[in-house]
Design a binder for this molecule. Structure first.
Ligand code: BJW
Length: 256
């Protein structure tokens, strides 16, 4: 395996996708056995799908809330926690995952680009998204209690970024600022467990390269954007990340 060197001056931006949680028992989206195998994507992950089939969408997310809460972070999540502990503010983790496993593992410098399975928000009022671990019974369409207090009926929706929706500009600005701060220093971009098909996440490798980053991909198979990475390590992230980062092997991270 090629060796990734992380020294005292290195800044590391990590991007994770569903593959990082696969070894925790959470299905990925695409491919055989993927989450979307039984659901047309547009029906469960778009604003139009929610308008037309809100009960189907809530069933999909309730099932996922129920499934993910019994899953535990794996060695890949934990390796990233340890890397953050060593690097401090020279580390940022941007995840496309909504399962909350990075936070449960202990990651703190974390951007949840596509939202969070365990938050809901109102489709009408401007109240901020709030924690919601409820698994709604089939057919139940949860409603906003704040709106109800004002005599209005308004449906809740999962706090997830669906296709065609904008990511939170504050999240994108945080990633951008991290990359800008790393300019002139050694910057590493490490993507793991992502198919590289969904933008803007799939384009982060280009942004990182433009800023002079060394780019690494850890994935079970060649991602769509693999050719844009300098290094590709094929394998399960729960095994590859600890080894690549020298974590859990009693090897110091500063190898240079
Ligand atoms: C392992 C493993 C193991 C398995 N170890 N590896 C530019 C070009 C073209 C289109 C667009 C563009 N910019 C924007 C768009 C439109 C759209 C888009 O990207 N479409 C493409 C599909 C073509 N993007 C958007 O709409 C985004 N919004 C946006 O950009 O707004 C502005 C705008 C709008 C419209 C037009 C233009 C601009 C929003 C995207 C939000 C995506 N949200 C989802 C759904 C969340 C819902 C939910 O969780 O239910 O987020 S899509 C879904 O895919 C989910 C994931 O976060 C995301 C990425 O998937 P991921 O994580 O990569 O998972 P998989 O399953 O695809 O891959 C897993 C990988 O792991 C595989 O490769 C396995 O091999 C590997 N693996 N086990 C390591 N153990």
């Amino acid at each position: 395996m090629s060796q990734l060197t992380i020294d005292d001056a290195t800044h590391v931006l990590v991007l994770t996708g569903a593959g990082v949680s696969a070894e925790s028992g959470i299905p990925t989206f695409r491919g055989a056995g993927g989450l979307w195998e039984g659901y047309p994507i547009e029906d469960v992950a778009s604003p139009r799908g929610f308008r037309e089939h809100p009960a189907l969408v809530w069933r999909f997310y309730s099932q996922r809330r129920e499934g993910a809460r019994v899953c535990e972070p794996n060695a890949g999540h934990r390796a990233l926690v340890e890397l953050e502990r060593r690097l401090g503010d020279r580390f940022l983790l941007a995840t496309q995952n909504v399962d909350g496993l990075h936070r449960r593992a202990g990651s703190d410098r974390l951007v949840e680009m596509h939202g969070c399975l365990y938050r809901s928000r109102c489709t009408v009022c401007v109240r901020p998204a709030f924690d919601d671990h409820q698994v709604y019974a089939e057919g139940v369409l949860p409603s906003c209690d704040r709106c109800a207090e004002r005599g209005r009926s308004a449906m809740l929706r999962p706090d997830i970024v669906w296709f065609g929706e904008m990511l939170d500009p504050a999240d994108l600005a945080r990633i951008d600022a991290f990359v800008r701060n790393g300019r002139g220093e050694r910057l590493v971009f490490l993507a793991a467990g992502t198919s590289g098909v969904v933008y803007p996440a799939a384009g982060m490798v280009d942004m990182a390269r433009a800023a002079g980053a060394e780019t690494w991909l850890v994935n079970a198979e060649a991602a769509d954007n693999v050719s844009r990475f300098e290094h590709f390590v094929q394998g399960p992230s729960g095994r590859v990340l600890p080894s690549l980062l020298g974590i859990g092997l009693d090897v110091p991270l500063m190898l240079r």
